[in-house]
Design a protein around this ligand. Sequence first.
Ligand SMILES: Cc1ncc(COP(=O)(O)O)c(C=O)c1O
Length: 402
Amino acid sequence: MPGGNTRTVLHYDPFPLTWARGDGAVLEDIDGHRYVDFLGEHSAGLYGHSNPIILDAIRTALADGIVLGGPNRYEADLAAALQQRFPSLQLLRFCNSGTEANLFAIQTARTATKRNKVMVFDGGYHGGVFYFRQGGIPINLPLDWVIAPYNDTERALELIRQHREDLAAILIEPMLGSAGCLPADPAFLLALRQAATENDVILIFDEVMTSRLSSGGLQGALGITPDMTTLGKYLGGGLSFGAFGGRRDLMQRFDPERADAWPHAGTFNNNVLSMAAGLAGLTQIYTSDAAATLNAKGDRLRDGINAIAKRHGAALTATGRGSFIGLHFCAGSVTRPQDLDPSEEPKRKMLHKLMHLDFIADGLYMARRGYLALMLPIDDAEIDHFLGVTEEFLSSRGQVMA
Ligand SMILES: Cc1ncc(COP(=O)(O)O)c(C=O)c1O
């Protein structure tokens, strides 16, 4: 593997920790050190490590065989449970990852509208070949992208007007995830909703991350209905998972009984273990109450970090919503990627490294870039511990940050 690595986001210097096991909110590395896990596998680990309900569901499914080569007893129930939580999913299909979900949603929109272009947003991340940091990465899929600035209604509407003849879809994370947990202004999303309707453009919400922000995702919390939605991460119970769906008139073209059906393939689309684990997680664990409690914990942690930073007069800002937190070494509010001064990036990177390693030394694990995705088993004492270590970090490293 190049650089000994098969997933770039897991790489950091001098070398990433290698995990031996996880239990609840605790990870243990192969040297036997234990850490409280504030990363929660980039949000796929929502249920906590080795959750007994998930393990039971997997064991039960496993006992009946793994690759059966036909529909199984779980997939329709999982589809129904998802539809109940996300009513905009009038019809949906499963796939294997969030990347695939976005690929199929984009192609659904392009094929249905017979248009080519797709609007995405600066800083948006929709998978390994859909990454729009600073104009996009070299291995992005070569589609006709229109890249708009996030949370800039005027510019986005201008670009929609300019490209409307050939604009198939607007693909947006209702909270920028990889770019640092920056929630969309609801007025911005509403303006996109309206412009999409007026111009027959398909509005796709990528809720691969944000679907956990209420029992009905961010679309439910904000009351804004997209034409299509993509899902992934924890909804497979911690196993590989993706789903895309939305308006019946678009998705019904995947009905294999139709003469004009679009085929949608994927050997593992309905893989038994993801279907069974996902169903158990959504119906038995992540209830509306559980979602509310988890997101309130995240709010407490974010508010706590910001209060400590303020008290220290430190240039540290925690962004996000609910159980997602992005840490930024800058003073004042950050609402879009361009709020972070590019000339300060080397310094911010150095501080993120220092923070990451200091927190590891204190037994707390998060992403190098300062990203936290809380898991259900994280308790109040662990949140207080994180706040205590933040206080200590700002005291001991204040001079480096100045
Ligand atoms: C918003 C968003 N969309 C899509 C993806 C891609 O999902 P996957 O890694 O399952 O391909 C991710 C993954 O981090 C994501 O955060």
